[in-house]
Ligand binder design. Structure first.
Ligand SMILES: O=C(O)CCC(=O)C(=O)O
Length: 276
C-alpha cells in the first residue's frame, strides 16, 4: 500500500507519468515559506537571481526544510522506494506579465541520471494557474523512449539550452494548476513545458529535481547529493552538507561549486551557454 499517495494517485503516476495535486503544506505553512523566500530575495537580490536559483536549498534553511519534509518524502517513497537521495533543486519563478516560458522537454534528456528511477517534486509556493503559466504535461509520454530535442536558446525560454521536443501534439496536453502548498510529481521522461505569466501575480514554483534512488548514476559528470531517507549502499555520488544558516559564506561557496558542476552537465556537448 502507498504511504502518502492514494492507490488511484499511484496508478495515475504509472499511467500518465505525473500526479497532481498532492496536498502537502497547509495554506498557512505555504504563506510562511513564501514570506521567508521573498524576504531572502529582498535581502540578497543577486544571490537569489539567475543561475543562483539552482540549488538554493544549500543556502536557505527554509528550502532545505521543504526538500526534506517527511510529507513530501512519503509521496516520493511511493514512487522510487524507501532509499532517497536529493540530487538538486531549482526555483522556477515567473514575474507578473513576463514572457518567460518553458519549452516542451523531457528532463532525462539533459540531466544525465541513469536509469530513470527518479522523480521530480514540484511545489507551488504561490497560486499556480493556467493564466500565470502552470506546467502542462503530455500524459503517457514517459512510456516512449527519449525524443530528439533541438537546442533553441530562445530569448524568453527559461530552460538552460532552450531544449525543445518538436511537433508535440499540444491538444493532448493537460494543465497542472496547483494551490500554494500543493505538489506535483513527474517522471523523468514525461514531455512537459509551461507558458508565460499573463497575470498580475508572481508564479513561484520550487522543483526538487530530483529525488533519486541510490543506484542511479550520473553519466555526464559528478554531483553532490543529500541523504533524505533510508540508506545508500552504492555511494555513487559525493555527499552535500545541509545549510548552516541563511546565506552563510561557506554554504554559498559550496552552492556555487555545485552549480558549476551542474552547468558542466547541462551544457555538455554545447559550444554556448544560456543564462541559467
Ligand atoms: O516550472 C516550470 O514551468 C517547468 C519546470 C520543469 O520543467 C521541471 O520542473 O521539470
Amino acid at each position: 500500500m502507498p504511504i502518502r499517495l492514494t492507490a488511484a494517485q499511484k496508478a495515475a503516476y504509472e499511467q500518465d507519468g505525473f500526479v497532481a495535486p498532492i496536498d502537502i503544506f497547509s495554506p498557512e505553512e505555504a504563506a510562511d515559506i513564501r514570506a521567508a523566500l521573498e524576504e531572502a530575495e529582498r535581502r540578497w537580490p543577486e544571490g537569489m537571481a539567475g543561475a543562483n536559483r539552482n540549488n538554493a536549498h544549500y543556502v536557505l534553511p527554509v528550502l532545505d526544510s521543504v526538500t526534506h519534509d517527511s510529507r513530501i518524502l512519503d509521496a516520493v517513497e511511493d514512487v522510487i522506494g524507501p532509499d532517497i537521495l536529493v540530487a538538486g533543486t531549482t526555483l522556477f519563478i515567473k514575474e507578473p506579465e513576463t514572457r518567460g516560458f518553458i519549452s516542451w522537454h523531457q528532463d532525462a534528456r539533459y540531466i544525465g541520471l541513469e536509469p530513470h528511477d527518479w522523480v521530480t517534486g514540484w511545489l507551488a509556493i504561490s497560486n499556480v494557474t493556467e493564466e500565470n503559466g502552470c506546467m502542462r504535461m503530455i500524459p503517457g509520454s514517459h512510456r516512449a523512449p527519449l525524443a530528439a530535442h533541438v537546442d533553441t536558446y530562445g530569448e524568453d525560454n527559461l530552460l538552460t539550452r532552450g531544449q525543445t521536443v518538436p511537433d508535440v501534439d499540444e491538444d493532448a496536453a493537460v494543465a497542472v494548476p496547483l494551490k500554494p502548498g500543493q505538489l506535483s510529481l513527474h517522471h523523468p521522461r514525461i514531455v512537459h513545458g509551461s507558458g508565460p505569466n499573463m497575470s498580475g501575480e508572481r508564479r513561484i514554483g520550487f522543483a526538487m529535481q530530483s529525488y533519486i534512488a541510490p543506484h542511479v548514476e550520473q553519466v555526464i559528470g559528478r554531483i553532490w547529493v543529500q541523504q533524505a531517507r533510508g540508506t545508500d549502499k552504492y555511494g555513487n555520488h559525493d555527499t552535500a552538507p545541509r545549510p548552516t544558516g541563511a546565506m552563510q559564506p561557506g554554504d554559498i561557496r559550496f552552492r556555487d561549486e555545485a552549480n558549476d558542476r551542474l552547468s558542466d552537465i547541462f551544457y555538455a556537448g554545447s559550444d554556448r551557454k544560456g543564462r541559467y
